[in-house]
Design a protein around this ligand. Structure first.
Ligand code: PLP
Length: 407
């Protein structure tokens, strides 16, 4: 029988009232797939429902004033469906506190306004997701948080960008979106500790199946759960996970105080997605590797970005900190922007759309689409760049589609 979970190992309240709390939640005791399927998801105590119910309620009857059942009083503060997701997120990231939000950007905003104050400074990647850069440069800058974009694969550049006493956050994505650069999590975690900053890792592209930043020394993991974690292109969501109990409490406080929580329907869909994260990621990675082989020899490809390529500058690091190299592939083509746009227009199995990480393959032009908000900034992406989110269709169909689109 699984051991009783450590009650401090997850958010409280986290179990539906009356739950027998025997579901596996403890990283270290169980494998990834077991945690993904069971953490926070014990059968419903009332009916035995194997799948956690969608608790579509805003409020909870109290047994006398202050007599809360299982700690639930109002669904902005906590909702059992969201609690199930949050427990599972904490378990699969090997953390203690998981928090679910309405979107990845809502999670980022809540985190930054919890750990920073006006006058502070952050180091951010110079090829961060465009929306993250926009949050720093257009929203939080006005609030008084300065940020410096640097190449986070270059340790000296990060060291130079840190302003001792003012830098409260070193923010990284690894792999980055869309250029798939790799940053050294343990070394940056040490640098953050040495300078009294926190290392935040946006783990959206890798997912906890391929990479767990917290055991490598990171302080907080961020996700757009919209992507691989949800996995089916049918829900927008975000997450924060930390192993630090005190920081976890502050985040829970701000999650409630700021209110950008995931609703119960969205939490349920996201939790359903997590159940198959491991098997989906295996297939995403296998398909991406086959596609990379084809693109590597193609005469229209100028430059190929994939951390699984031995010549990729972050390859050795990726081997050390990732289980496999992921499902995202980017490449530049001969013929500049017009050629890139034409290729994006010509695929039939790859759908031309923003986002990534769903089971269906997507193609996009980052310069005009996901990263349009960084045009004219140090984060501007090449105009001839195409990004693929390689799905789990039959790989031969994906290859044939790309070859016909490349002409
Ligand atoms: C790496 C990364 N982080 C964060 C986000 C923001 O997430 P959301 O769109 O769920 O707000 C995205 C969205 O594309 C992303 O790709």
């Amino acid at each position: 029988m699984p051991e009783q979970p450590d009650p401090t190992a997850s958010n409280q309240p986290n179990q539906p009232a009356g739950s027998d709390s025997t579901a596996p939640t403890q990283p270290g005791h169980y494998g990834f797939e077991t945690l993904a399927l069971h953490a926070g998801q014990e059968p419903d105590p009332l009916t035995g429902s194997v799948v956690p119910p969608i608790y579509a309620t805003s409020t909870y009857k109290q047994d006398g004033v202050g007599g809360l059942r299982g700690g639930y009083e109002y669904s902005r503060s906590a909702n059992p469906t969201r609690s199930a997701l949050e427990t599972c997120l904490a378990a699969i990231e090997a953390g203690r506190h998981g928090l679910a939000f309405a979107s990845g950007l809502a999670a980022e905003d809540t985190l930054l306004r919890t750990i920073c104050a006006p006058g502070d400074h952050a180091v951010v990647p110079n090829d961060a997701y465009g929306g993250t850069f926009r949050l720093f440069s257009k929203v939080l800058e006005r609030w008084g948080l300065d940020s410096t974009p640097v190449n986070v694969s270059d340790l000296d550049a990060v060291r130079t960008a840190v302003r001792p006493g003012r830098t409260k956050v070193i923010w990284i994505e690894t792999p980055t979106n869309p250029l798939l650069g790799i940053a050294d999590i343990p070394v940056l975690a040490q640098l953050a500790r040495d300078t009294a900053a926190l290392l935040v890792v946006d783990n959206t592209l890798a997912t906890p199946y391929l990479q767990q930043p917290l055991p490598l020394g990171a302080d907080v993991v961020v996700h757009s759960t919209t992507k691989y974690i949800g996995g089916h292109s049918d829900v927008i969501g975000g997450a924060l996970v930390t192993a630090d109990a005190e920081l976890g409490e502050r985040l829970v406080y701000h999650q409630n105080a700021m209110g950008a929580v995931a609703g119960p329907f969205d939490a349920w869909l996201t939790l359903r997605g997590i159940k198959t994260l491991g098997v989906r990621m295996d297939r995403h990675c296998q398909n991406a590797e086959r596609i990379v082989e084809v693109l590597a020899g193609h005469p229209r490809v100028v430059e190929l970005f994939y951390p699984g390529l031995p010549e990729h500058p972050g390859h050795d690091l990726a081997v050390k900190q990732m289980r496999a190299f992921g499902g995202m592939v980017s490449f530049r083509v001969h013929g500049g922007e017009p050629a890139a746009l034409e290729i994006c227009d010509r695929t039939r199995v790859f759908t031309l759309a923003e986002s990534l990480g769903g089971v269906e393959s997507l193609i996009e032009h980052p310069g005009r689409m996901t990263h349009a908000s960084v045009a004219g900034t140090p984060l501007e992406v090449p105009a001839d760049l195409i990004r693929l989110s390689v799905g789990i269709e039959s790989v031969d169909d994906l290859i044939a589609d790309l070859l016909q689109a490349l002409g």
